[in-house]
Design a protein around this ligand. Structure first.
Ligand code: ZN
Length: 168
């Protein structure tokens, strides 16, 4: 049974979006992780869960903190809407480990990438039986997943960077 209304979108408010980026930035170069809870597709709580793996390439939610969050969701009759983690050096796409360990078919997996530190990117995915499908991320009612990224985001190592300096 799925509780998500719009199958191909995931809705975030901009405060939560900013919170996710702030959390990701708070522990660079290590990955961070957490849970988003809600009811009828509307977010009601954001849990930062310690990454027990303390790793730059994977996350392992601290079981105690996760249990605490899950209990609170139960008590409030909230659903687990989203599971997020950060990628500090790679794109916002699930790694093979992420796909293997995606056990919550009803939750949407969000990845916050800091690969371009000045242009963080969040993308949302369904991961079901090893199949990854992307959802459009909607922030404050606007589809944002790709438009948030500046076209000329700085790239490490691009030597002859052109002086088209205006940022849009
Ligand atoms: Zn990952």
């Amino acid at each position: 049974m799925t509780t998500v209304q719009s199958r191909r979108e995931f809705h975030l408010d901009s405060d939560t979006y900013d919170d996710l980026v702030a959390h990701a930035r708070s522990d660079v170069p290590y990955e961070v992780c957490g849970l988003l809870a809600g009811r009828d597709g509307t977010l009601t709580a954001h849990y930062r869960i310690p990454n027990a793996a303390r790793s730059m390439t994977l996350y392992n939610m601290d079981p105690k903190a996760m249990l605490h969050a899950m209990n609170e969701m139960d008590d409030n009759d909230w659903d687990l809407l989203g599971i997020y983690h950060s990628h500090t050096h790679t794109e916002a796409y699930p790694s093979s480990t992420d796909i293997e360990l995606a056990f919550y078919a009803d939750a949407v997996y969000l990845i916050v990438s800091l690969q371009a530190p000045d242009a963080p990117q969040i993308r949302a995915f369904d991961i079901v039986d090893g199949q990854v499908s992307e959802r459009a991320l909607v922030v404050d009612g606007e589809r944002a997943s790709r438009s948030l990224i500046p076209r000329n985001a700085r790239r490490a190592g691009s030597a002859g960077e052109q002086t088209s300096g205006e940022s849009r």
